[in-house]
Design a protein around this ligand. Structure first.
Ligand code: DC
Length: 225
């Protein structure tokens, strides 16, 4: 592969729009690092559950924040909590049902952002989340904002779920609830950065998305893909 420019690509958008899968594919194609910021919020949530700071439907914010200094998270590219690969565990419904309120706690956001900045040092990164283009990397060279019809998104997520007791309606409610919480919270709410390009993939395949991106990188960013 010829040497390509090393830019930062920020991909934000609603839950289950396929941000991470698209980001992973882009990283493979460009030889970039992929960072999934939502996975870090999920890892913090999993640790909070294990340590009892999250229990019986409640989040003890003070207890959770007190745990942050001891947490070690990394992406290699799977997500690790200390030396344990938690990529599967963090996708389970229990974590999904707490992760949005956990991500609204300001010190948790600082913790995740610090980790993202450390892991992204050097550029050549594609990072996905909710506030990458607005807060984490406001100077990212390319910002993409992904959206899609919510029934289509819920069906995609439902097909991936490994919890036998989870119904399509559970997934749809969780997704709508997270969209609302993520876009209305006080700190770093989900919103399109003014300079982000909208990608609505309701009727697109991943191949269509890649084709769209390759054309954009070649025409506007000096890539030769
Ligand atoms: O992308 P995801 O569904 O794995 O993200 C899990 C949660 O983390 C999501 O409900 C909102 C939160 N999140 C966030 O607040 N900011 C980010 N940059 C990424 C995720």
């Amino acid at each position: 592969m010829t040497q390509q420019p090393k830019i930062i690509i920020a991909i934000d958008g609603y839950s289950s729009t396929g941000k991470s899968s698209f980001a992973k594919l882009i990283a493979e194609r460009l030889g970039y690092i992929h960072l999934d910021s939502g996975a870090l919020y999920r890892a913090v949530t999993l640790y909070g559950l294990r340590k009892g700071a999250i229990a019986d439907g409640k989040i003890n914010e003070e207890a959770l924040v007190a745990l942050l200094p001891e947490i070690e998270v990394s992406q290699r590219p799977d997500t690790y909590l200390f030396d344990e690969n938690v990529e599967g565990l963090i996708r389970q419904m229990e974590v999904s049902s707490y992760v949005s309120p956990v991500s609204a706690i300001p010190p948790v956001r600082v913790f995740v952002d610090d980790n993202l900045h450390k892991m992204a040092a050097g550029g050549g990164v594609v990072m996905d989340g909710r506030d990458i283009g607005t807060t984490v990397f406001p100077n990212a060279e390319l910002k993409i904002f992904m959206q899609a019809d919510d029934l289509v998104r819920a069906m995609r997520r439902y097909k991936e779920t490994t919890d036998p007791g989870t119904t399509f309606i559970d997934v749809l409610h969780n997704l709508r609830d997270r969209d609302l919480r993520d876009s209305t919270r006080e700190v770093s709410p989900l919103r399109k950065a003014d300079d982000a390009i909208v990608l609505d993939n309701t009727c697109m395949t991943m191949e269509d998305e890649m084709e769209w991106l390759v054309a954009l990188l070649n025409e506007k960013y000096g890539f030769s893909l």
